[in-house]
Design a protein around this ligand. Structure first.
Ligand code: SF4
Length: 357
């Protein structure tokens, strides 16, 4: 377990972010928000994949209007992403949004900021301040010359200061950069001076493959420091993939309680079974398992039994057959053709036991 950085807990709909709570997985819709059918369909797919909070862009009145209907048909908190236009923020709030992502310093005149903060306060809606290395304020770019972690933290403190002056404290902060070392430095520095939950992200990380690697590097480094109350992976891909990647990263740190983990070997010349297809099939199967069990699929009897013993359930290949282990005990041998089905049966038994306790 990692010692988690302590922050103020912030309520977002029925989800609490920060405090002693688990790291929450977020994603963002790729649909036009005004297209209610498409947006709801995408959110329901995201929910099924394990997304716990979802953001939509609110870039026009039609999008703000759609929030009311979208909210009725989804089960996770909905966040409005708003840039500059305070009237859209007010409309989104009126229509039942659960959180607003807006930078108060960019809203404009004081009374506009006050109107948004007042509306959020009345309904218990938090605000996420989203600092992005690519869109820092001009005065900070002039001061620092180019985006730096210090400039990003200063930007966050500037926006936080505006909200605190208005006695508003339901704040979440992100300091995203596509440059991994810069994002790591910005979040690390921010954690020393900011008591609000940090929403982690490596922005515009790239395609499914490269973006996954980049996100794992950046977000993994931050999680290992105990930072982060929520996480969003940004990929040029179906957002369901973002949720899957986030779950895998959190699993690597033991920070998710409703997901099963697969251990499988890279194979070598000792391999006696068709391990790649077996591992892929098992991985697909356990994607729907919502309890924290460990399943291992190993290619041979050299490391296999040892690893399988560490798992809740595991199989180690032997010539044309597999040795099935449960909680460290070999329970039976099964023919290679039946390995996956037998493993699935045992997984179901363990899950049922887990759910009963
Ligand atoms: Fe090779 Fe066996 Fe190790 Fe797999 S478990 S990598 S097959 S030695």
């Amino acid at each position: 377990m990692y010692l988690r950085h302590q922050t103020r807990p912030v309520q977002v709909g029925n989800v609490t972010i920060g405090g002693n709570n688990e790291v929450i997985i977020q994603s963002m819709c790729t649909t036009k928000t005004a297209d209610v059918e498409a947006t709801v369909a995408e959110i329901l797919r995201l929910e099924e994949a394990g997304c716990q909070v979802v953001r939509v862009t609110v870039n026009n009145e039609e999008a703000a209007d759609a929030i009311k209907e979208i909210k009725k048909r989804i089960n996770i908190p909905l966040v409005a992403d708003i840039h500059f236009d305070y009237r859209l923020a007010l409309k989104a709030i009126e229509n039942g949004i659960d959180k607003v992502r807006i930078n108060p310093g960019n809203i404009g005149r004081r009374e506009k900021v006050e109107a948004v903060v007042k509306a959020c306060k009345e309904r218990g809606i938090p605000i996420r301040i989203g600092v992005n290395a690519g869109s820092l304020e001009n005065h900070l770019l002039e001061k620092y010359g180019y985006p730096t972690p210090e400039a990003m933290v200063e930007s966050a403190l500037f926006h936080i200061g505006i909200l605190e002056e208005l006695d508003f404290h339901d704040i979440i902060v992100s300091l995203k950069a596509s440059d991994v070392p810069m994002a790591i430095a910005a979040y690390s520095k921010a954690s020393e001076v900011i008591k609000y939950p940090l929403h982690l992200g490596i922005t515009e990380a790239g395609t499914l493959f490269s973006g996954t690697c980049k996100s794992a590097a950046g977000i993994g480094a931050l999680l290992s420091l105990g930072l982060g109350s929520t996480v969003r992976i940004s990929l040029s891909a179906d957002p369901v993939e973002e949720v899957k990647v986030a779950r895998e990263i959190l699993k690597s740190f033991g920070l998710i309680s409703n997901a099963a983990t697969l251990v499988s070997c890279p194979t070598c010349g000792r391999l006696d079974i068709d391990l790649f297809s077996i591992a892929n099939e098992v991985e697909e199967y356990i994607a729907n398992v919502k309890v924290p069990i460990k399943v291992s699929v190993l290619g041979c009897a050299v490391n296999g039994p040892g690893e399988a013993r560490e798992a809740d359930i595991g199989i180690a290949g032997a010539r044309g057959e597999g040795l099935l282990f449960r909680y460290g005990q070999m329970i039976r041998k099964v023919p290679e053709a039946d390995m996956v089905e037998e493993l699935k049966k045992e997984i179901d038994i363990i899950v049922a036991e887990y759910e009963r306790t």
